[in-house]
Ligand binder design. Structure first.
Ligand code: FAD
Length: 316
């Protein structure tokens, strides 16, 4: 049996920041950085190019480089990194147990879950082709890039996030086409009003994307009307998919309370979950911001809270 005072699951900005803080607090954290489940080691930023909004890098920094830096920093501070998934957990007794994809069983006094959320994507070959070449899942991250400035852009979706993304893109694009597969929005009334009244947002009801069009880069969408079946092409230079995220919580097998969207529920103003000694950080508990810097911030909070919790436990 392997033992850890603190186990951290996930190696995105949340998990690695938690590891840096916990290692510096002499907790000798063991971090499972993932392998196949819920994305790659290093997390979502591994899949992107230039990150322009992470503080400290005036020229921006390549996503892979940023995550390599965080990984190196966590190791240098003393964290142990294991490139495996956690397949199952047992939080019903203390110490908690975690079973990794390599078949090892770990005891842990405290656990930080930082497994992120996976952006849902359209299952089209042309979508894969233009991913990162005009298609993105994050307007706040990519909307300000030069390739999108003063161009016609599109957002796919009909929830609050889709309207927020469209609204954000109006600062950059000349027109923002909001493509929705139904004839009404799921978004809150106030968000609907914002979209419908915005002079730069044009709503396309009852439309789905049949294909993404272009040569090197995305240059248009082939749309199908879900009522009439009519096909039309819409020239655009950028498309932002806002069709939801799936928090990576399957391995928890119902042992941690989730909110109505499937994200881990944390106590207000804290990273504590409903299980004493289990904390959650980053996108897996954040349906609202989903940014690298906010994930890193909550990783810091989780490590400090785990440290205090372990301190109380040890002196109890
Ligand atoms: C294409 C793209 C571009 C983006 N650009 C920006 C940007 O420019 N600026 C910005 O601030 N944000 C950006 N974001 C958002 C940002 O990447 C996320 O907010 C951030 O990575 C969340 O960090 P996290 O640590 O919570 O989770 P993630 O980065 O998602 O990391 C989750 C980790 O958990 C691991 N994992 C999952 N399941 C398991 C398991 N069962 N066992 C072990 N490990 C597991 C995964 O392997 C991964 O390492 C972008 C996102 C995408 C998809």
């Amino acid at each position: 049996m392997n033992n850890a005072k603190l186990a951290i699951i996930g190696s995105g900005p949340a998990g690695l920041t938690a590891a840096i803080y916990a290692a510096r607090a002499n907790l000798s954290p063991v971090l499972f950085e993932g392998f196949m489940s819920g994305g790659m080691p290093g997390g979502q930023l591994i899949t992107t190019g230039l990150v322009e909004n992470f503080p400290g890098f005036p020229e921006g920094i390549d996503g892979q480089q940023l995550m390599a830096n965080m990984r190196e920093q966590a190791e240098r501070c003393g964290a142990t990194l294991i490139t495996e998934d956690i397949d199952t957990v047992d939080f019903s007794q203390k110490p908690f147990t975690l079973t990794s994809s390599g078949g090892d069983v770990w005891n842990a006094d405290a656990v930080i879950i930082a497994t992120g959320a996976t952006a849902r994507r359209l299952p089209l070959d042309s979508e894969k082709k233009f991913w990162g070449r005009g298609i993105s899942a994050c307007a706040v991250c990519d909307g300000g890039l030069p390739i999108f400035r003063n161009k016609e852009l599109a957002v796919l979706g009909g929830g609050d996030s889709a309207i927020e993304e469209a609204d954000h893109l109006t600062h950059f694009g000349s027109v923002v086409h909001l493509i929705h597969r139904r004839d009404s929005f799921r978004a809150s009334k106030i968000m609907q009003k914002r979209a419908l009244e915005h002079p730069k947002i044009k709503v396309h009801w009852n439309k789905i994307v049949e294909e993404f069009l272009g040569d090197e880069n995305l240059s248009g969408l082939r749309l199908k009307d879900t009522v009439t079946g009519a096909i039309s092409d819409l020239p655009i230079s950028g498309c932002f998919e806002a069709i939801g995220h799936t928090p990576n919580v399957g391995f928890l097998n119902g042992q941690i309370a989730l909110d109505e969207l499937g994200y881990i529920k944390t106590l207000s103003g804290s990273t504590a979950t409903n299980v004493d000694g289990v904390f959650a950080a980053g996108d897996v508990q954040d349906a609202k911001y989903r940014q690298a810097v906010s994930a890193a911030g909550s990783g810091c909070h989780a490590a400090l809270e785990a440290e205090r919790w372990l301190g109380g436990l040890i002196h109890a």
